[in-house]
Ligand binder design. Structure first.
Ligand code: SF4
Length: 104
């Protein structure tokens, strides 16, 4: 194999690898929001909404969760989904935070 052909092959392979990385959906790298995240703490987020401190957040009512929130970007049946309040981090469908708003 000539040097130019070899370098073309190497460049093609590394180029394809780079494209594969770019083509992977962003969701594959999305981190799950944890209860300990400072912004989660600030908004009273719990990945298991039933563990919400109802003394601190009396607004919470059984049955409310991210999946039924107007801000939830996943489908209602999705285990996790996006929420504009937490950037790229995914919230749990069963989660809850004090910004919960009933889906229309
Ligand atoms: S705003 Fe809604 S979807 Fe976002 S974390 Fe709070 S309850 Fe969940």
């Amino acid at each position: 194999m000539s040097t130019s052909r070899r370098s073309f092959v190497i460049q093609s392979i590394t180029g394809a690898g780079a494209l594969a990385c770019v083509a992977l959906p962003h969701a594959a790298f999305a981190q799950a929001l944890t209860d300990a995240d400072p912004q989660a703490v600030a908004l009273g987020y719990k990945a298991d909404g039933t563990k919400t401190d109802t003394k601190k957040y009396p607004k919470y009512a059984a049955g409310q969760n991210c999946a039924s929130c107007a801000l939830y970007q996943g489908k209602p049946a999705d285990a996790t989904g996006g929420c504009p309040l937490f950037g790229a981090k995914k919230v749990a469908g069963k989660g809850w935070c004090s910004a919960w708003a009933k889906k229309a």
